[in-house]
Design a protein around this ligand. Structure first.
Ligand code: FES
Length: 109
């Protein structure tokens, strides 16, 4: 079962922006890059840094804690093909940015 969850408005995530939202027990990072909104799991796989507060350069976000990088379109780390951050589908309805979460994505309380 999947749900489309409104996370932010388009105005809150202008081109070049990074944004962090907490929804249903998960931290989601939103990025406006290459003319689109992208959503990644917001918890860096290195040591849990906040990717939604990272620096976005082109389509690459740099984790603010130790500098790991991810392509926000694919979640791929450019240095290791084994490191890929989960990505979520995004759609825009009116002014709302919605992200598709699977029910099993919800974190345990
Ligand atoms: S927690 Fe993200 S690079 Fe270390």
């Amino acid at each position: 079962m999947t749900s489309w969850i409104p996370l932010a408005t388009v105005a809150e995530c202008p081109p070049g922006a990074s944004l962090e939202r907490v929804v249903e027990g998960r931290i989601i990072a939103l990025f406006h890059a290459a003319g689109q909104i992208h959503a990644l799991d917001g918890v860096c796989p290195h040591q849990g840094g906040p990717l939604g507060k990272g620096l976005l350069t082109g389509c690459v976000v740099t984790c603010p804690w130790h500098g790991w990088q991810f392509d926000v379109r694919s979640g791929q780390n450019p240095l290791s093909e084994n490191v890929r951050q989960p990505v979520f589908s995004v759609k825009i309805e009116g002014e709302e940015i919605l992200v598709q979460l699977n029910d099993e994505d919800a974190a345990e309380p």
